[in-house]
Design a binder for this molecule. Structure first.
Ligand SMILES: [Zn+2]
Ligand SMILES: [Zn+2]
Length: 336
């Protein structure tokens, strides 16, 4: 027969369980060992950066973030914009985001990445898509390699096509989705840099792919009012979500705070990391709130707000020509 509990013991046990609860609360505030439940991935210490010897550098770097997500970087030897492209696999579909700058062979590279993934997964096939972060020429130059292929679902970068592909009822207020099978990307319209910008949020990895809207470099703003509203919506969209990295499509910043490479730089041996955080988004948001409706160039540690106008564009054209010609003349052996 069980002995009845005495009163002091009950009180002690109650105290102990309250203490345990307090401890549990305390520990629930610290990071969990599973990394908040997101699928982990790695970013390289350095990307290919246009030399020092163009003969040695591949046209594309294929980086495995994890087994189902790849980042491609175009060589600066191919085009000074050196954009980053993304390949994301679901169970039923894979998508390529953007098609690069200048003359290159992205069609073959995408096919190779998919073929290797199929071998790795012991599968016969997967449906292929091509989509874009926006319609600037350094993100669409490989479109012709995909547009007419029967095995590719190609989404053009005009707004009606984007709305249809991602189920966006209202542009730019709605949030759309792209279902790749067991993996849904949320699609957030963020016009301002261009008229067709969208961001993709992948809840599985916590990555926010943001195009040319926020990256370590010059944030070219074409439509100031739209840009400000888009950043506001993006802050609201990301509120309470796990954002592991914000990944853009370029690096123009050096690894020295406030110092950027001039436009046209094909060789960037000391470049900034690609990844930014939600803190950078909040920094940008706060700055835009402060500037109001007045387009202003403003430099921060890791990026610069850079409104575009005809005078600015002319200045940029001159700098680009001078920088590109200087670096291209010694592309086979850059000097420090
Ligand atoms: Zn752009
Ligand atoms: Zn770009």
């Amino acid at each position: 027969m069980k002995k009845p509990m005495t009163k002091p013991v009950t009180a002690f046990r109650m105290l102990a369980s309250v203490a345990a609860l307090c401890l549990l609360r305390l520990y629930s505030q610290v990071p969990q060992p599973d990394g908040a439940g997101v699928e982990a991935g790695v970013l390289p210490a350095r990307w290919i950066h246009g030399g020092p010897k163009c003969m040695e550098e591949p046209e594309w770097q294929v980086h495995e973030y994890n087994a189902d997500l790849y980042i491609l970087r175009e060589s600066g030897c191919t085009h000074y914009e050196k954009p980053f492209l993304y390949v994301i696999f679901g169970n039923e579909k894979v998508t390529l985001i953007d098609t690069g700058a200048g003359q290159h062979n992205i069609g073959r590279v995408y096919d190779e990445v998919v073929a290797k993934w199929l071998r790795r997964k012991n599968r016969e096939s997967i449906r292929k898509m091509v989509i874009h972060t926006h319609g600037h020429s350094d993100h669409i130059s490989g479109d012709a390699q995909f547009r007419d292929r029967a095995d590719i679902e190609f989404v053009p970068f005009d707004i009606p096509a984007i709305q249809k592909a991602f189920g966006l009822a209202q542009w730019p207020e709605s949030v759309g989705r792209l279902d790749l099978g067991g993996r849904v990307l949320e699609v957030v319209p963020i016009p301002g840099h261009h008229s067709t910008d969208v961001a993709f949020y992948d809840a599985r990895t916590g990555l926010l792919l943001i195009g040319d809207t926020l990256y370590p470099g010059r944030l070219y703003v074409t439509y100031w009012d739209q840009f400000t509203k888009s950043i506001e919506r993006l802050v609201q969209f990301t509120q309470g979500k796990v954002i592991t990295h914000i990944l853009g499509c370029h690096i123009e910043q050096t690894n020295t705070p406030y110092l950027e490479y001039p436009i046209g730089s094909m060789y960037q041996p000391q470049e900034h990391a690609l990844e930014l955080s939600r803190g950078h988004l909040l920094e940008l948001h706060q700055a835009l709130q402060g500037l109001g409706d007045k387009p202003t160039r403003l430099a921060f540690r890791d990026f610069t707000i850079w409104p575009l106008g005809s005078e600015v564009l002319n200045e940029m054209r001159r700098t680009r020509k001078e920088t590109e010609e200087r670096l291209r003349s010694r592309m086979w052996q850059q000097t420090p």
